[in-house]
Design a protein around this ligand. Sequence first.
Ligand code: ZN
Length: 72
Amino acid sequence: MKIYLDFEPCDQCKTIMSELSDEKMMFADEKTRTDESAKFLRHLTYNHSEVVQAVLKDLPKQKRNQEFDFFK
Ligand SMILES: [Zn+2]
């Protein structure tokens, strides 16, 4: 499932996102990748709470749409 985030990433966001998409991260072990994702989520929670709110609001809606498609 893809979630589209409509927000302005700050400098720290951009740093973390480029770290996450860096080649060395692709080959890092699972713990390192999990730590890095957790760091990004923590940053979003504390600095961009509106993003977290939007994701939480969107999730049930997307799920309903999927179920609707499934039963058609
Ligand atoms: Zn940020």
